[in-house]
Design a protein around this ligand. Structure first.
Ligand SMILES: NC(=O)c1ccc[n+]([C@@H]2O[C@H](COP(=O)([O-])OP(=O)(O)OC[C@H]3O[C@@H](n4cnc5c(N)ncnc54)[C@H](O)[C@@H]3O)[C@@H](O)[C@H]2O)c1
Ligand SMILES: N[C@H](C(=O)O)[C@H](O)COP(=O)(O)O
Length: 328
């Protein structure tokens, strides 16, 4: 068991609210706990966030014993510090290189877990890094065949069969094999955290297609996936109509809902737990937890960004670091 988990926190897009929520979170924790963190990014961006928020923190290449200096693993910007609140390829490129460096730390054992501040996907793609977000990029960097996005909160958890694709693409992806793989990834995660989860699969069509009246995908692909997963000993039911399954889970009937596409799972979670829900990447050889909000360019540089979500991500990351992975 890891005692004091070493947490690598990536800065996110330096033009967004990432640096602000990081410095606010560090300032909110007892000084000695700051020794467990290394920020992967640029001190200049952190210092700017300190000025914005009126926070007094010191950064250096390594943490001091008493936690008064916070460790920064410097990743040089390819240009000057990007302007706050603007999409920029320099910021997009930097945000990818922070993640890449954090993966090196995690793969080598120099970090137990990665916590990520938000990146801007437009900026990342403008810089020539053609990924759909952290989840796909992390799969690429770790040589993983697939990765899954879990959104976790106190009363509602949902893992997605697909995420950053068009609705048309999502329907194409909601096939039996992929649904089973998603059920298994979610199941294994909960088992790792010490719980045998009760899982519900959300239908893809209105009322699960109503026996083919509104589409046949539920009976063709989702019902067999549930049957096959049950045969593997997983406590899973469905498909259940997506308009009610999240409310039932929120009220305690299920520990995890399998969402068929991005917004099906994201809307309910962000509605009930925008401040506290965290985004967890599953199916990778390393652990990564993130805030569930984005770069919020509309408020970046104002000091208004709420850091509660970053604190939740850090707490969930520490929980994962204390929970050993199951051997295959
Ligand atoms: N973890 C991530 O890296 C992540 C997550 C979500 C979105 N994104 C990316 O962020 C960019 C902007 O996305 P968006 O505009 O759809 O969503 P967003 O979460 O950045 O903003 C949505 C709304 O929530 C507010 N908000 C967000 N974070 C807040 C905070 N900490 N405190 C107070 N208010 C906050 C914003 O001001 C805005 O009004 C996109 O490129 C998107 O892909 C990244
Ligand atoms: N859909 C994610 C969310 O809202 O939390 C977000 O875009 C981040 O995705 P990645 O973790 O793949 O960057």
């Amino acid at each position: 068991m890891v005692k004091n988990a070493k947490v690598a926190v990536t800065l996110g897009d330096p033009a967004g609210v990432g640096p602000e929520v990081i410095v606010k979170s560090l300032a909110a924790m007892p000084r000695h706990e700051r020794r467990d963190f290394v920020i992967v990014g640029n001190s200049k961006a952190l210092e700017r966030a300190c000025r914005t928020t009126g926070i007094d923190l010191r950064f250096g290449p390594s943490a001091s014993e008493d936690g008064s200096t916070i460790a920064v693993d410097e990743v040089a910007l390819d240009g000057s510090l990007p302007e706050i609140g603007k999409v920029s390829p320099i910021a997009g490129d930097a945000s990818v290189r922070y993640i890449s460096r954090a993966v090196e730390l995690a793969m080598s054992g120099d970090a137990d877990v990665i916590v990520t501040a938000p990146i801007n996907k437009e900026a990342m793609n403008l810089a020539g890094h053609h990924f759909d977000g952290h989840t796909g990029l992390l799969a690429h960097l770790t040589g993983s065949k697939s990765s899954f996005m879990l959104l976790a909160s106190d009363r509602l958890n949902t893992i997605h069969v697909s995420t950053h694709v068009s609705l048309r693409g999502a329907i194409e992806r909601a096939k039996t094999d992929r649904v089973i793989a998603t059920i298994e990834a979610g199941h294994n995660h909960f088992v790792r955290l010490g719980k045998k989860p009760r899982i519900a699969v959300a239908g893809i069509n209105p009322h699960c297609g109503e026996n083919g009246l509104f589409g046949t995908e539920d009976m063709e692909f989702l019902t067999p996936a549930v049957e096959l997963a049950r045969a593997k000993g997983i406590d899973v039911v469905g498909p259940i109509s997506a308009d009610t399954v999240f409310a039932r889970a929120y009220n305690g009937a299920f520990d995890l809902v399998i969402a068929q596409y991005h917004d099906q799972g994201h809307i309910p979670i962000k509605l009930v737990a925008f401040e506290t829900a965290v985004n967890v990447s599953l199916g990778l050889p390393i652990d990564r937890v993130s805030v569930d909000h984005g770069t919020a360019f509309d408020i970046a540089g104002t000091g208004k960004a709420n850091h509660a979500n970053m604190l939740s991500a850090i707490a969930y990351a520490q929980l994962m670091a204390r929970s050993p992975r199951q051997r295959a």
